[in-house]
Ligand binder design. Structure first.
Ligand code: HEM
Length: 196
């Protein structure tokens, strides 16, 4: 497909296309590490999730984004991850690497948010795997639970908010760069969490 045609796509589609390879690599990396083979392995997955959701937590309090997505604050899953940690009696220390910043730019922050919100879709599959370890939406796998309105609807609302943001080409490019940086960050956290 030529570049001009891709530029005509809505931002949500451009983000998906630009990050498809990073997502596939991350998915394979995580699954190869058998995160659901035991609660100990799952704890490592939780560590990765904790690192990433801590990185993006501030974005859920960004008033500029709340204008586009009124339920923004309630979408943040950091508290659920911390509750999952407490359920399992895990101490998730700070990650060794220095924390990257999603920056202050709206486009870049929306790109990071895209990665965090999109990960809720894959979570539909992951929570079924977690169930085999006795974990569920009320214990240990709270952060993988779907929204009461359904994951699909939540995701469509997010896509509509992004696509309706009225971004120009430069800001869309920032969003794509932000999403790529976020996937690189999660990949680093996965490599650290599953290094042994
Ligand atoms: C082994 C782990 C993972 C699996 C099996 C997985 C699986 C999936 C699946 C099946 C979808 C598409 C669902 C649909 O279209 O209905 C999806 C979407 C997505 N996932 Fe993952 N995922 C995993 C991990 C992650 C992680 C760790 C992140 C980022 C932190 C992530 C970010 C995304 C994003 C951004 C989308 C939305 C793509 C789009 O439609 O624009 N995934 N995932």
């Amino acid at each position: 497909m030529n570049q001009a045609a891709i530029l005509d796509f809505p931002l949500s589609r451009r983000l998906k296309t630009a990050t498809a390879e990073a997502h596939a690599g991350l998915d394979a990396r995580i699954m190869k590490a058998s995160p659901f083979a035991s609660r100990e392995r799952y704890g490592r997955f939780l560590q990765m999730q904790h690192g990433f959701h801590r990185d993006v937590a501030d974005i859920y309090a960004d008033e500029r984004i709340a204008v586009l997505l009124p339920d923004l604050r309630s979408r943040c899953r950091l508290a659920d991850i911390e509750a999952d940690r407490a359920d399992l009696g895990l101490d998730l220390g700070m990650n060794a690497s220095s924390r990257p910043s999603p920056g202050e730019g709206l486009g870049e922050r929306l790109g990071w948010l895209y990665v965090a919100e999109g990960s809720n879709l894959g979570a539909a599959f992951l929570i079924k795997e977690a169930a085999k370890l006795g974990l569920n939406a009320d214990f240990g796998a709270r952060h993988l639970a779907g929204h009461p309105d359904g994951r699909g609807l939540q995701w469509r609302r997010f896509q509509e908010a992004m696509d309706g943001a009225g971004f120009g080409e430069a800001e869309e490019a920032h969003a794509i760069a932000g999403a790529c940086a976020a996937f690189a960050r999660v990949r680093l956290l996965a490599d650290q969490a599953f290094s042994s």
